[in-house]
Ligand binder design. Structure first.
Ligand code: BG6
Length: 285
């Protein structure tokens, strides 16, 4: 987890007993806990740049306080300033069930006031257990309502995009950001070309199934969201992969972004009120 952007770049869940037999060749044991680094759930670009002011490509960037382009000023950074800001650690503790809770915080300063005229406290709560949970808790410390678009922009690691599907958004309408048109999803989502959509659903619960080949074992991730009003599904495919300097040409083949979002319509947080968006990721197979 990087302090810049409160950015999670890796999550390897502790294995449940049903999975342990798969990994006897490569365990990392801490008494009763078993981890296998082959069970990484997040995609991280092998050519990601780690430097101040540059968002890390992969893992879980945070888009805040606006998602995508700034609604009024296109010279401001895409996806807001949180992902390139330094957070401070406010608390780390382990609970009785051995889950680790990490709280990282960002507050307004003169540089944020210039582009976002609201005093705020943004706390990113990360819980590391058998699941990974990321929450964005925003407090509006100003005296006026705060409009907000935001996303937990998770990059998931796939065995192979051709053998993967995302279930749970069937029947939902979506905004196709590539054509700026509305449509409705009928079957589970499979990817054979560039995709950049915002699905309209609240509290979405999805399953990401990778390696759907009948002869071999599937990896199934449950993605559970609360207080989202949209889910962004993004894969840049071939041409856009090549156009991004921090993204390998063939990277599109092993990743998909499934993002808990409040977008494209902003939510409004009243003065002195707060709002919390959450995404929880659990390996199910
Ligand atoms: C997605 C957007 O959330 O993020 C896409 O829907 C965008 O339009 C993608 O291309 C990556 O954005 P960035 O700024 O990290 O390159």
């Amino acid at each position: 987890i990087f302090l810049q952007g409160a950015h999670v770049t890796s999550f390897v869940p502790k294995l449940s007993s049903t999975l342990k037999s798969d990994v006897e060749h490569k365990p990392v044991n801490t008494k009763s806990e078993t981890y296998n680094l082959d069970n990484e759930l997040l995609w991280l670009s092998p050519i990601a740049e780690f430097r101040p002011g540059k968002a890390i490509r992969g893992g879980i960037p945070i888009c805040w306080p606006w998602f995508g382009k700034h609604p009024k000023n296109s010279s401001l950074p895409q996806h807001g300033f949180a992902r390139t800001s330094d957070f401070t650690v406010v608390n780390i503790h382990q609970d009785d069930n051995l889950a680790v809770h990490i709280q990282l915080q960002l507050t307004n300063d003169p540089s944020t006031q210039e582009v976002w005229p609201y005093p705020f406290t943004l706390t990113v709560n990360i819980v590391l257990a058998e699941s990974l949970s990321v929450s964005l808790h925003t407090v509006n410390n100003s005296k006026k309502p705060m409009p907000l678009t935001q996303a937990i922009h998770s990059y998931f690691l796939l065995d192979n995009i051709d053998d993967s599907k995302l279930q749970g958004l069937e029947g939902c309408s979506f905004l196709d950001q590539l054509s700026d048109t509305l449509d409705t999803q009928m079957p589970p989502i499979t990817i054979t070309q560039e995709i950049d959509r915002i699905y309209h659903k609240q509290n979405a619960s999805m399953q990401l199934v990778t390696n759907t080949h009948p002869a071999t074992k599937n990896k199934i991730l449950s993605i559970h969201q609360t207080n989202d009003t949209g889910t962004v599904v993004w894969n840049p495919w071939i041409k856009k992969s090549k156009a991004m300097s921090d993204f390998p040409d063939n990277g599109y083949h092993t990743m998909i972004c499934v993002e808990a979002a409040n977008a494209p319509e902003p939510i409004k947080i009243e003065a002195d009120q707060s709002y919390q968006l959450n995404q929880t990721i659990t390996r199910m197979d």
